[in-house]
Write a protein that binds this ligand. Structure first.
Ligand code: WT7
Length: 650
């Protein structure tokens, strides 16, 4: 099928009627407003959307680009923006609708959320001496207390750094050390597939030896037995009892840091992406309103984990800033069967369902007919994020889950962008399967030629760049200014000026729609999670039998990409399968289960240039089963390629 024949799906007119942005001319008017007077555009929305304690005096200061300041002079507090200002009008509305793995349900109103967050904030202050600017690591399951912990930090100006619960003790330790954290908030464990699992023992291992952590706060969820370090470990149930439910919100500057979130890059060490206060919360709220068009009576469910940026922006901050009801789910979508999400949609009358293509593929594969068994008529908008969505998954999602009446918003963004940057708007944008379509109004995103820095033409590919700073953009890499500048502003120049490069390639179709084609760097996308090849290689190198390793991504039916490792051993091992196991065990220990390799090949050598650079492109092609046609005569040892090809593809 040629691209121009790609099917186009028009927005549902019923939905458009009441949408905030109703058609493409309204979209264009907003985007023109931004292009014509960028600062006025943002100043208008910042005034309209944020409850300022003191108004800002300057909209955008780019004199020190790429270190920019948004809404300088403004004072606000994010927890106030997410909670207090709703209490008069929607205090008794459900803020968080929690469903546990075993079906237990909690409905937490805005009034109750206010109390829990204030008590939690008082606990951090009074019992642990937490102050504005302190770093708090949160290592938690998907339970409401994770949201309380985040909001409690923002209430007192502490900077949270959430580490995804699937990361190993080593990975947790690295992040605790890099952030120099004072407190770790965790849980004994939680429930998955009907059974308890543990988190606290991972924290114990991570804190062995000397770290900066003075206190660990343990939320009792599964009530399994845990070891207790006196003087360090504290029971949440005990300490929260006598806390006041009033805690004055710290007055924060627009550019005070809000949180850190570690993500993978092209070196072995993850980067602590820093987001600041005003710009982040503004865009979290605006994208809830524009991209999801969430209304007062809606029930919004984002299935991500709070350990990823999607969980930060679209489970906690965005929905609560808008005053929505946000669903939080402890379990996995396929337990007790692949109808679980649809059962939840029916029961809670969920209107918005936002998930990753990998989850859609699993649900499709394991429960093709499950959606038919439930009443999904409450659904209005479906969303995807994390990787390109393949046409069969899109079709099933659109037809079977959305009953061919819901918009699918294919939202493209990153940990670094804080919120959506390219996405359809559900009431306005005609959509095409697998296509993120157009920049969200206010975002000046362009596909540039990496060499000339010029915008590429229709039908052409280039680098996905954002050419003006936007409010929710990354403000720094924690403790590493140089890496921030190099990693994001070092590759592409437009009109001689450095611009933000996402790391993704992209293409315009004949209508000017943007399709993301994938990473241009050594980052793999496993089930919508970013994994640096260098990070996995560093872990594998810890195996004493390994001499050299190169890791690449390989297309995977469910995960999108799987991890494929080419390893040169120091000398032959007796039992290759045992060696593969031992390597994956090291990966589990150093990073976590998400980085386990699907394929491990013991190669006689790696294809390298004469200067010693590993030719990953060749390794990627071999992993995919492609024939190598490119010129390899300049390699240090060209015969290696044929040998590896034989081993992998026969
Ligand atoms: C990378 C960012 C943003 C939350 C989840 C992942 C890829 C993200 C899409 C999409 C194609 C996508 C990109 C991006 N990506 N959304 N809709 N279509 N690719 O956050 O871990 O920071 O990863 O995910 O490659 O750079 P992240």
């Amino acid at each position: 099928m040629s691209e121009s024949k790609k099917p186009v799906f028009q927005p549902n007119p019923e939905f458009s009627k009441d949408a905030r942005i109703k058609n493409m001319s309204e979209y264009q008017a907003l985007q023109d407003e931004a292009i014509n007077d960028y600062e006025s555009f943002w100043s208008r929305f910042a005034k309209e959307k944020v409850d300022w304690i003191e108004p800002f005096t300057k909209t955008l200061d780019e004199s020190n680009f790429p270190f920019v300041k948004w809404f300088d002079g403004g004072k606000l507090n994010v927890s106030t923006q997410c909670i207090d200002r709703h209490l008069d009008t929607r205090g008794e509305k459900t803020a968080i609708l929690f469903e546990g793995d075993r079906g237990d349900i909690q409905k937490i109103t805005y009034n109750e959320l206010a109390k829990s967050v204030n008590k939690f904030a008082n606990l951090l202050k009074e019992d642990f001496g937490v102050k504005k600017g302190d770093r708090i690591v949160i290592y938690m399951p998907m339970i409401p207390e994770a949201a309380f912990a985040m909001l409690a930090c923002t209430r007192i100006g502490a900077i949270h750094s959430i580490v995804f619960g699937g990361f190993s003790a080593e990975a947790l330790k690295d992040r605790i050390i890099d952030a120099n954290a004072k407190v770790v908030i965790t849980a004994d464990g939680a429930f998955r597939k009907g059974k308890p699992y543990m988190l606290k023992p991972v924290v114990d291992t991570a804190l062995e030896g000397n770290t900066s952590v003075k206190n660990v706060l343990v939320i009792e969820r599964n009530k399994e037995e845990i070891t207790w370090v006196d003087g360090r470990d504290n029971s949440y149930a005990e300490l929260i009892k006598n806390k006041s439910d009033v805690c004055e919100a710290e007055v924060m500057d627009s550019e005070d840091p809000l949180f850190l979130l570690y993500t993978s890059g092209s070196t072995g060490k993850p980067k602590g992406v820093q987001h600041n206060t005003a710009g982040y919360i503004l865009w979290a709220q605006m994208t809830m309103e524009w991209v999801f068009d969430v209304k007062e009576e809606d029930v919004f469910w984002c299935t991500a984990d709070v350990g990823w940026i999607t969980g930060h922006t679209y489970i906690v901050y965005g929905p609560l800033a808008t005053g929505a009801t946000t669903v939080m789910f402890e379990g996995v979508p396929t337990y007790p069967d692949a109808g679980r999400p649809w059962k939840m949609v029916q029961e809670h009358k969920i209107t918005h369902f936002y998930t990753a293509p990998t989850a859609i593929r699993v649900l499709h594969k394991m429960g093709e007919d499950e959606p038919k068994k439930y009443d999904l008529s409450s659904l209005k908008v479906l969303g995807t994020v994390g990787e390109p969505i393949d046409p069969p998954a899109w079709k099933w999602y659109y037809e079977e889950v959305g009953n061919s009446k819901c918009a699918i918003v294919d939202t493209y963004w990153q940990t670094e962008t804080g919120g959506h940057v390219i996405s359809p708007l559900p009431g306005a944008t005609p959509i095409k399967p697998g296509c993120a379509t157009l920049p969200v109004p206010g975002i000046i995103a362009e596909i540039l030629d990496p060499i000339t820095g010029e915008k590429v033409g229709l039908g052409e590919s280039g680098y996905m760049c954002i050419t003006r700073p936007w409010p929710s953009m990354i403000r720094g890499v924690w403790g590493d200014e140089e890496r921030f500048v190099k990693a994001y502003f070092g590759d592409v120049k437009k009109d001689g000026k450095a611009v933000y490069f996402t790391g993704d390639g992209a293409k315009y179709d004949e209508d000017g729609y943007i399709t993301i084609t994938g990473r241009t760097d050594d980052v793999i996308n496993v089930s919508g999670h970013r994994m640096g090849t260098a990070e996995v290689e560093a872990a594998i190198n810890k195996d004493e039998n390994v001499a050299e390793v190169a890791v690449v991504g390989k297309p995977h039916e469910i995960k999108g990409e799987g991890i494929f490792a080419y390893i040169v051993l120091k000398s032959d091992v007796e039992d290759e399968d045992a060696e593969r196991k031992s390597i994956n065990n090291i990966i589990k220990k150093e990073i976590g289960n998400i980085a386990i390799c699907d394929d491990i090949i013991f190669a006689p050598g790696l294809p390298k240039t004469r200067s010693g650079k590993i030719m990953r492109r060749i390794l990627r092609s071999i992993a995919k089963g492609e024939k190598i046609t490119q010129d390899i005569s300049t390699l240090e040892d060209p015969s290696i390629v044929a040998k590896i090809e034989m081993m992998v593809n026969g």
